[in-house]
Design a protein around this ligand. Structure first.
Ligand SMILES: [Fe+2]
Length: 133
Protein backbone atom coordinates (compact mmCIF):
# COMPACT_ATOMS: atom_id res chain seq x y z
CA UNK A 1 0.00 0.00 0.00
CA UNK A 2 1.29 3.42 -0.97
CA UNK A 3 0.76 6.43 1.26
CA UNK A 4 -0.27 9.58 -0.52
CA UNK A 5 -0.56 13.20 0.49
CA UNK A 6 -4.22 13.47 -0.48
CA UNK A 7 -5.92 16.93 -0.66
CA UNK A 8 -7.49 16.47 2.79
CA UNK A 9 -3.98 16.26 4.24
CA UNK A 10 -2.68 19.49 2.71
CA UNK A 11 -2.11 22.19 5.31
CA UNK A 12 -1.62 25.09 2.90
CA UNK A 13 1.84 25.86 4.27
CA UNK A 14 4.36 25.28 1.47
CA UNK A 15 7.26 24.10 3.63
CA UNK A 16 5.15 21.79 5.78
CA UNK A 17 3.38 20.27 2.77
CA UNK A 18 6.64 19.74 0.87
CA UNK A 19 8.18 18.01 3.85
CA UNK A 20 5.08 15.87 4.41
CA UNK A 21 5.26 14.78 0.78
CA UNK A 22 8.91 13.83 1.20
CA UNK A 23 8.03 12.02 4.42
CA UNK A 24 5.40 9.92 2.66
CA UNK A 25 7.95 9.08 -0.01
CA UNK A 26 10.40 7.89 2.63
CA UNK A 27 7.66 5.78 4.26
CA UNK A 28 6.74 4.28 0.87
CA UNK A 29 10.39 3.58 0.13
CA UNK A 30 10.79 1.64 3.35
CA UNK A 31 7.57 -0.29 2.71
CA UNK A 32 8.74 -1.08 -0.82
CA UNK A 33 12.14 -2.24 0.39
CA UNK A 34 10.36 -4.57 2.81
CA UNK A 35 8.06 -5.93 0.11
CA UNK A 36 10.96 -6.50 -2.25
CA UNK A 37 12.83 -8.35 0.45
CA UNK A 38 15.78 -5.98 0.33
CA UNK A 39 18.75 -6.89 2.47
CA UNK A 40 19.50 -5.69 5.94
CA UNK A 41 21.93 -2.96 4.84
CA UNK A 42 19.50 -1.45 2.38
CA UNK A 43 16.68 -1.52 4.95
CA UNK A 44 18.91 0.09 7.52
CA UNK A 45 19.74 2.93 5.15
CA UNK A 46 16.12 3.58 4.17
CA UNK A 47 14.97 3.34 7.78
CA UNK A 48 17.75 5.67 8.90
CA UNK A 49 16.74 8.25 6.32
CA UNK A 50 13.13 8.14 7.48
CA UNK A 51 13.98 8.56 11.15
CA UNK A 52 16.37 11.46 10.40
CA UNK A 53 13.92 13.13 8.07
CA UNK A 54 11.15 13.01 10.65
CA UNK A 55 13.46 14.66 13.18
CA UNK A 56 14.38 17.40 10.67
CA UNK A 57 10.75 17.96 9.74
CA UNK A 58 9.60 18.19 13.36
CA UNK A 59 12.40 20.66 14.13
CA UNK A 60 11.30 22.82 11.17
CA UNK A 61 7.69 22.77 12.38
CA UNK A 62 8.77 23.67 15.89
CA UNK A 63 10.79 26.59 14.57
CA UNK A 64 7.71 27.86 12.72
CA UNK A 65 5.76 27.53 15.96
CA UNK A 66 8.18 29.52 18.08
CA UNK A 67 8.61 32.29 15.50
CA UNK A 68 4.83 32.62 15.07
CA UNK A 69 4.23 32.37 18.84
CA UNK A 70 1.94 29.38 18.41
CA UNK A 71 -0.03 28.80 21.64
CA UNK A 72 -0.24 25.06 20.99
CA UNK A 73 3.55 24.70 20.92
CA UNK A 74 4.08 22.77 24.21
CA UNK A 75 1.51 20.11 23.35
CA UNK A 76 2.63 19.85 19.74
CA UNK A 77 6.29 19.59 20.76
CA UNK A 78 5.39 16.89 23.29
CA UNK A 79 3.65 14.93 20.57
CA UNK A 80 6.73 15.21 18.34
CA UNK A 81 9.01 13.93 21.10
CA UNK A 82 6.90 10.88 21.89
CA UNK A 83 6.30 10.23 18.20
CA UNK A 84 10.03 10.10 17.45
CA UNK A 85 10.37 7.41 20.11
CA UNK A 86 7.45 5.40 18.73
CA UNK A 87 8.82 5.60 15.20
CA UNK A 88 12.34 4.63 16.24
CA UNK A 89 10.97 1.64 18.14
CA UNK A 90 8.85 0.45 15.21
CA UNK A 91 11.66 0.93 12.68
CA UNK A 92 14.14 -0.72 15.05
CA UNK A 93 11.93 -3.80 15.20
CA UNK A 94 11.87 -4.05 11.42
CA UNK A 95 15.66 -3.82 11.39
CA UNK A 96 15.99 -6.41 14.13
CA UNK A 97 13.30 -8.95 13.22
CA UNK A 98 12.91 -8.21 9.54
CA UNK A 99 9.70 -7.26 7.74
CA UNK A 100 7.10 -9.57 9.29
CA UNK A 101 3.34 -9.22 9.61
CA UNK A 102 3.90 -8.11 13.17
CA UNK A 103 6.66 -5.54 12.57
CA UNK A 104 5.01 -4.11 9.46
CA UNK A 105 1.66 -3.97 11.23
CA UNK A 106 3.21 -2.00 14.02
CA UNK A 107 4.97 0.33 11.56
CA UNK A 108 1.71 1.00 9.70
CA UNK A 109 0.04 1.76 13.01
CA UNK A 110 2.71 4.38 13.72
CA UNK A 111 2.23 5.87 10.24
CA UNK A 112 -1.52 6.10 10.89
CA UNK A 113 -0.83 8.17 14.02
CA UNK A 114 1.20 10.62 11.94
CA UNK A 115 -1.56 10.93 9.37
CA UNK A 116 -4.13 11.78 12.06
CA UNK A 117 -1.69 14.33 13.47
CA UNK A 118 -1.26 15.97 10.06
CA UNK A 119 -5.01 16.06 9.50
CA UNK A 120 -5.75 17.87 12.74
CA UNK A 121 -2.72 19.42 14.45
CA UNK A 122 -0.56 20.40 11.48
CA UNK A 123 -3.54 21.96 9.74
CA UNK A 124 -4.29 23.94 12.89
CA UNK A 125 -0.67 25.07 13.01
CA UNK A 126 -0.64 26.11 9.34
CA UNK A 127 -3.82 28.17 9.84
CA UNK A 128 -2.17 29.96 12.77
CA UNK A 129 1.00 30.71 10.77
CA UNK A 130 -1.10 32.12 7.94
CA UNK A 131 -2.90 34.45 10.34
CA UNK A 132 0.29 35.60 12.03
CA UNK A 133 2.59 36.29 9.13
FE1 LIG B 1 3.54 18.26 13.59
Amino acid sequence: MKYELTPDLLTGNALIDTEHRQLFQAINQLTEDCEKGKGRDSLKQTAGFLVNYVAKHFADEERLQTTSKYPGYPTHKQFHESYKEKLSAAVGEIEKNGPTISTLGKFNGVVAILISHIRVEDKRLAAHIKQHS
